[in-house]
Design a protein around this ligand. Sequence first.
Ligand code: KIV
Ligand code: ZN
Length: 500
Amino acid sequence: MEDYVRIFDTTLRDGEQCPGAAMSEDEKVEIAQHLARMKVDIIEAGFPVSSPVQFKAVERISREIEGPVICGLARALRPDLEAARDALKPAKQKRIHTFIASSPIHMKHKLGKSPSEVLEMARLAVKMARDFVTDVEFSPEDATRSEWEFLRELVEAVIEEGATTINIPDTVGYTTPQEYMDLFRFLKKEVKGADKVIFSAHCHNDLGLAVANSLATVLAGGRQIECTINGIGERAGNTAMEEVVMALKTRKDAFCVETKIDSTLITRGSHLVKTITGMVVQPNKAIVGANAFAHESGIHQDGVIKNRQTYEIMTPESVGLKSNRMVLGRHSGRAGFKDRVIRMGFDPKPEEIDNAYNRFLEIADKKKEVFDEDIAALFQAEISRSQVDEKYRLLSFEQNTGSNQTPSSKISLQIKGEVKQGEAHGDGPVDSIFKAIGQVTGLSPLLSRLVISPVTEGTDAMAEASVTLEEGERRVVGKGDSTDIIEACAKAYINALNRL
Ligand code: KIV
Ligand code: ZN
């Protein structure tokens, strides 16, 4: 059996379907660039027929991202398939992923179709997709609650029509490792033509089993895993890419397969998705949680000092966490800074380097040590700023706050080249500065989420803030960074206003 497992990333499609994770086109491209650097095999870039925004994002990723196969999702319907074909046109390597529900409950209540009608629609969809592209994936939605004999018939039919990958979704996160493994074994054994296609796992995490279920299929001959960074996705999320990749790597003795993923880019990818979506990662989350490599108890620390392997099954470096993280200081030159940024996987434009270098000097003045993570955060914030027209820019602010007074903020903004000032009181320092910004700009969109996270440890750590604003149908996420959390929040708020 082939010993290679394809990593199919669906952060931009299934991941984006989770509440509050909608991303702008620029943000999707930024994530896709990182996925390409990580060497994922397939990027599911979106669902082109679902909206013009989705269509444009898939088209742009198809044009700009090289390396991975770019995939677009389509129901088993002509308009969906045509939209996927059109959006994927510029891609060098493209895949159409078409799906239709196959479980009794979905066929009856959602589709109102009989099994034979579903089978016919699936056949036609795969046939049409094959007229458009050579690489076609088919998914029987809710496969794990479908009748196995019907699944066998359906999968056989779409293979006959030319499907090249068969994905078996556990749409509602219901299956167990043993059952899912048995289903893969059954299909691989009983379906005519099974040896010509790749079988793929697609799991949701409703019972916390998504990663375990996905890994189980590898033992049953599955050779593609669909996953998202940080496991984001509908409800309890999807299979977490970082967990699957590190499990396959760390327990190669058990799974006997490889992936192409550059695991040292995992931490950056996790961070990127966190800051773009504003969805925080729980501290004890495997691989990318803040505590994933922290040894707190005396016994553990003592063991690790004597020999890291006593309590460490993988190194922090293998996921891109540097143990020796101090990289640059106040006297580091622009060339060294640029070199560092490039080695961290960014592809900086000259003006981004200039602006980020100036920010780096400001931070190096305030902070004793500047770590890789600080540089990544400030560079990310710079990219975020450069993606939008900076109609509003923070010049300075002052605050008055204390235990027995109502916090107030004075703020100075540059608005289209003109300097404007405002002042406001609020329930807390953040509330008062947001109100002051609102007073100057005349804007008061709904603030639906505010996340502040330290980039490294220590009281002088840089903070990254992520602000989600909504106005009507529009929803944007702004980012800001500073060693001062109030300034980070103000910058994130202004970045979000610029995006609105
Ligand atoms: O979970 C699911 O069934 C899906 C399909 C569209 C593959 O995301
Ligand atoms: Zn899904």
